[in-house]
Design a binder for this molecule. Structure first.
Ligand SMILES: [Mg+2]
Length: 391
């Protein structure tokens, strides 16, 4: 039997996790991948379940500027995932080296998922072995107080037990970081206006003052209304990355802080342009990504004209493994601004098995087609371009 010679890309497809780039390029929008020479699916367990997940997976694309990451969650359809691919292509083909670099380190927060108070204390102590929050709460070298982001999933249903668990978790975090640390909570849009008005003061008291509450309500109008009812700063996340009109956040005076995420906003350059149009203090955050995805967030955070809050880029420690050496894990509460070096050996250990690789092969073909269609639509109808910033 003769095995046809299908070129070097097909050879890479035979490596564990390797996608068949020839096949992807033959599909709709395949030209978008013209400069990509490797595509590797990865799959890594999480140390603590997050968003109900116990593993994270995605694809790393390699091009002339290095590696880019596309890792949309599986509940995102191809259209929602298209900006994630645009961000990965920007990172792999153009890179971030020519973005402004206004700082050398990025202060980052510690993330506490919806866990019990003991686990919350343990997570902060673990982070503290690198960040030293207990000892240096007032003045860590990152020059910002220790900042903890607490998920408050229990309050999603506003039941007594869920709320009590959330309040206990917040109290435990305050106890662990001391009076000078900052606590922010993320509600992921779960409350209506009345629930937010009722529960927020309780959480603010448990925290002895919140730095801000992230996306307490789903709609931008509800954020604007709430902002006129409570004296607690509000950050917009979903209202920026998922909304058809993210600039409404600024127009309605709906938030005090803008949360910016590179992947759902289609790349560091587009996120930077959006930050300028919003004109709000920004916090750069991410999904749980490998150091490659985090690297794009770090580049964005380094390029922002002002950075007054810790960024949500300290999540690599939630992964059991990573692909870069050194990994983008904070020290002294901050991440250095530096290029990310993917280790071949680590990439091999993180590579997805054949079944998951095949699923990504198919999914990436759908996402590539969706990105192509969106760009065609934007060229044909200028009015369809979100925030005036083409993807
Ligand atoms: Mg959020």
């Amino acid at each position: 039997m003769t095995i046809p010679n299908r070129g070097p890309e097909s050879a890479s497809a035979r490596v564990r996790g390797g996608l068949d780039l020839d096949a992807l390029r033959a599909g709709v929008g395949g030209a978008l991948l013209a400069d990509i020479d490797r595509a590797v699916a990865w799959d890594v367990p999480l140390k603590t379940s997050f968003r109900g997940l116990t593993r994270r997976d995605g694809v790393l694309l390699h091009g002339p500027a290095g590696w880019g990451e596309v890792a949309p969650f599986w509940d995102y359809d191809a259209d929602a995932a298209a900006p994630w691919l645009a961000a990965a292509l920007e990172q792999a083909t153009v890179g971030n080296a020519d973005l402004p670099r206004l700082r050398e380190t990025i202060p980052v927060n510690i993330t506490v998922p919806a866990v019990d108070p003991d686990r919350a204390r343990a997570l902060i102590a673990e982070a503290g072995t690198a960040a030293g929050p207990a000892r240096h709460a007032a003045t860590p070298p990152s020059a910002l107080p220790v900042t903890v982001k607490v998920k408050v999933a229990g309050a999603r249903v506003s039941d007594r037990q869920g709320l009590a668990a959330d309040l206990e978790r917040i109290e435990a975090v305050r106890d662990a970081i001391g009076p000078h640390g900052r606590i922010r909570i993320d509600v992921n849009g779960a409350w209506d206006l009345e629930t937010a008005r009722r529960i927020l003061p309780l959480m603010n008291a448990a925290a002895q003052g919140l730095e801000y509450v992230e996306q307490p309500c789903g709609s931008t109008q509800a954020l604007a209304d709430l902002r006129r009812l409570v004296d607690i700063p509000i950050a917009a996340d979903e209202s920026i990355r998922l909304a058809a009109d993210p600039l409404a956040v600024a127009r309605l005076d709906a938030a005090d802080v803008a949360v910016l995420k590179v992947a759902p906003l289609g790349g560091a350059r587009r996120a930077l342009a959006l930050a300028e149009r919003l004109g709000l203090p920004a916090v750069v955050s991410s999904a749980i990504d490998t150091s490659v995805g985090i690297g794009a967030g770090v580049a964005l955070a380094a390029a922002l004209p002002g950075l007054k809050h810790a960024c949500g880029l300290g999540t690599v420690r939630l992964l059991a493994r990573d692909v870069a050496a050194p990994a983008a894990i904070p020290a002294d509460g901050a991440l250095p601004v530096r290029p990310v070096h993917v280790s071949r050996a680590l990439l091999r250990t993180a590579a997805a098995d054949a079944e998951l690789t095949a699923r990504w092969q198919l999914r990436l073909s759908h996402i590539t087609a969706a990105l192509q269609r969106r760009r065609e639509r934007e060229r044909a109808h200028a009015g369809s371009v979100v925030a005036g910033l083409p993807l």
